[in-house]
Every structure is written in structure tokens, then in C-alpha cells.
Design a protein around this ligand. Structure first.
Ligand code: MN
Length: 248
């Protein structure tokens, strides 16, 4: 199995390093990752400046761009043949509920699926210092299961791993995206020249703890696996709006 490994925390992030070492047992792993932290860059593409690729080893590259740039460049420049699976992570911090829309980790996996191969995004649900070894071993077992059972080219699995002593992990739950209770704040300050500037801030996300969601699973000590579908269409609204009397 040919694997493309990327992340949004940057090429030096421990979650990426530990996962690369684990996945190497499954076949050739090509590492293409941003040269610095690109968390919360979502699915952005760099279009207004050139991108530079730095080669660190035979199968290891960093790019001065976003996670999506990395996957795109890997597919269209660096990798021949194409990978069988894209793995993104392990992110240092959770990516659950609506946060998947901000996440560079999830975006890189989605880009893999847009390039026609299945993908896994993996995140460890803590911002504290953490050991990624046991989580990386789980991701490896998941990738082994994917290679046995197969996933079609459009599928993305969003995996969130609980941060706890691994022996106490309760199991795996297949979940839906949860809902965040927004507590974002905008903090206004004044710079030395008297002009206002702003920080987007607030507390850590608070989640509505509904049974069956990613957040609920992780909160109760389970690994959460959410299969994502990329079609955002609201089909019910399409049917309802057919009744609207709009004429061009
Ligand atoms: Mn990140």
C-alpha cells in the first residue's frame, strides 16, 4: 500500500513523526507536509505567490504552503504512482463537529478524496503535551482494516482519539459530527500607535453532548470515527424551495 502522509501542524510535529514511523510497516510512506504550523487554514490554496518544495529525504518533503497545497503538489508533481490512501495527522488537538470546517487536517484528507483516493484525518483530542505512540498504532490498525476491506475513492474518515492512558480507552464508536456551543469572542486591544487590533479568541469549544456524536464518544473514552460525506447539499431544502414562486 502506497501512503501519502501530511498534516497541518507542520513537518516537525511529533504527531506526524510518530505516525510516519508506524505506517512505514504497511508500505512506502511519502511525507509531504507544510514547513510550519498551518492549523485552522481550512481548505485554502496558495494562488498568489510561488510555492517552494524542500526535500528532506528520499520520500520526505516540506512545502511553504497549506495542507491542501501539499496534497495537490503530491498528486500532481511528487508522487508517481498515486498513493492508495491519504493520511492526515495526527493533529495535536481535536477536530470535531463544526470545527471540521476550520481544520487544515481534515481539509488535507478531503483534498485526497477530491483527487480520487480515500483518506483518513486523525486528531488527538488534547492541546496538552501528549504521547502519540498508542494513537498512531490505532491509526495503523485502521489503515490495515481499510486496505483489507476497502473504501471508495470519495470517502473520508475523521478520527478523533481520546487523550487518556491507552489501556483505559473504551473502544471505537462510529459517530456523526457533533454541535459546538459557540463561545468565540473578539478581543479588541490598542497598538502602540493608538490603532485598534483584534484577536479571535474565546474559551476552548464547548460541545452539546448528544449521544452518537464524535464529542460524546471522545468524552466517554472512545475513539470516534466519523465517515464524512462531501456533498453539502440540503436535499430537503431543494424540494421545499421548488415550491417558491421565483421567476427570473
Ligand atoms: Mn493542527
Amino acid at each position: 500500500m502506497n501512503l501519502l502522509l501530511t498534516n497541518d501542524d507542520g513537518i516537525h510535529a511529533p504527531g506526524l513523526r510518530v505516525l510516519a514511523a508506524e505506517l512505514a510497516a504497511l508500505g512506502p510512506v511519502t511525507l509531504v507536509a507544510p514547513d510550519r504550523d498551518q492549523s485552522a487554514t481550512s481548505h485554502s490554496l496558495t494562488l498568489h505567490r510561488p510555492l517552494r518544495i524542500h526535500r528532506h529525504g528520499e520520500r520526505e518533503f516540506s512545502i511553504d504552503g497549506t495542507p491542501t497545497d501539499c496534497v495537490l503538489i503530491a498528486f500532481h508533481g511528487l508522487l508517481d504512482p498515486k498513493p492508495d490512501l491519504v493520511v492526515s495527522g495526527i493533529n495535536h488537538g481535536p477536530n470535531m463537529g463544526e470545527d471540521v470546517f476550520y481544520s487544515g487536517t481534515v481539509a488535507a484528507a478531503i483534498e485526497g478524496s477530491m483527487q480520487g483516493v480515500p483518506a483518513v484525518a486523525a486528531s488527538l483530542a488534547t492541546h496538552e503535551a501528549a504521547d502519540f505512540l498508542a494513537p498512531a498504532r490505532f491509526v495503523r490498525r485502521l489503515v490495515e482494516a481499510i486496505s483489507r476491506r476497502g473504501l471508495d475513492g470519495k470517502q473520508v474518515l475523521n478520527v478523533n482519539l481520546p487523550h487518556r492512558t491507552w489501556e483505559t480507552v473504551q473502544g471505537v464508536r462510529f459517530t456523526r459530527l457533533g454541535t459546538r456551543v459557540y463561545s468565540d469572542t473578539l478581543i479588541e486591544k490598542t497598538d502602540p500607535r493608538g490603532r485598534a487590533y483584534y484577536w479571535i479568541g474565546g474559551q476552548d469549544p464547548v460541545w452539546a453532548s448528544h449521544d452518537g456524536t464524535d464529542f460524546h464518544a471522545v468524552e466517554h473514552g472512545f475513539v470516534s470515527v466519523t465517515p464524512l460525506s462531501l456533498d453539502l447539499t440540503d436535499y430537503r431544502a431543494v424540494v421545499e424551495m421548488e415550491q417558491w414562486d421565483l421567476r427570473p
